[in-house]
Ligand binder design. Structure first.
Ligand SMILES: [Zn+2]
Length: 164
């Protein structure tokens, strides 16, 4: 099966820490998402992380640092609950591709949608029905919204190649 996985991050020690993740089926209507609890207190962050995270909050995803239902340690269990080793995972951008490759490890294939010439979510969002998750105002980046938009784009632009 094919799945689009999208996520939004904060930075801790300059490394991305996933805050919101969404898995959306390309060959089904499957959709699961989680908002993770913060990995540490806001007051433990260094000044550079605080600046970066303030920017991410106000300009990108608008997810509050303290939001979340499960600890980030649950991330791999969440992924492996739904992603089988022969599934193909799609995401947008090299950074997310590398993060997912490291999390899933071989033999899962992680495809960068940019290599398939998939446009930016904001440029195709009006073509497909979508909604943000309940944590998000519509003007901000949402992993749920973006995964649904990219899965919808794939349904009409990327056919299955099982016969090969
Ligand atoms: Zn969201």
């Amino acid at each position: 099966m094919r799945f689009v996985i999208e996520f939004q991050c904060y930075k801790v020690q300059d490394n991305p820490v996933i805050k919101e993740i969404s898995i959306c089926g390309v060959d089904s209507n499957f959709l699961k998402n989680i908002i993770f609890k913060p990995p540490c207190s806001w007051y433990q962050l260094n000044q550079k992380d605080i600046r970066t995270n303030r920017y991410l909050y106000h300009n990108i995803h608008n997810l509050h640092w303290n939001q979340g239902t499960l600890p980030i340690s649950y991330l791999k269990e969440f992924l492996f609950t739904y992603i089988e080793t022969d599934d193909i995972v799609y995401t947008k951008g090299l950074e997310k591709q590398l993060i997912l490759e490291e999390l899933l490890q071989t033999p899962n294939v992680v495809v960068n949608l940019e290599d398939l010439h998939c446009p930016k979510a904001k440029d195709i969002k009006d073509m497909f029905p979508h909604h943000n998750c309940s944590f998000h105002h519509k003007d901000f980046e949402c992993a749920v919204k973006n995964s649904k938009i990219f899965a919808s784009w794939m349904k009409i632009n990327c056919f299955r190649y099982e016969e090969y």
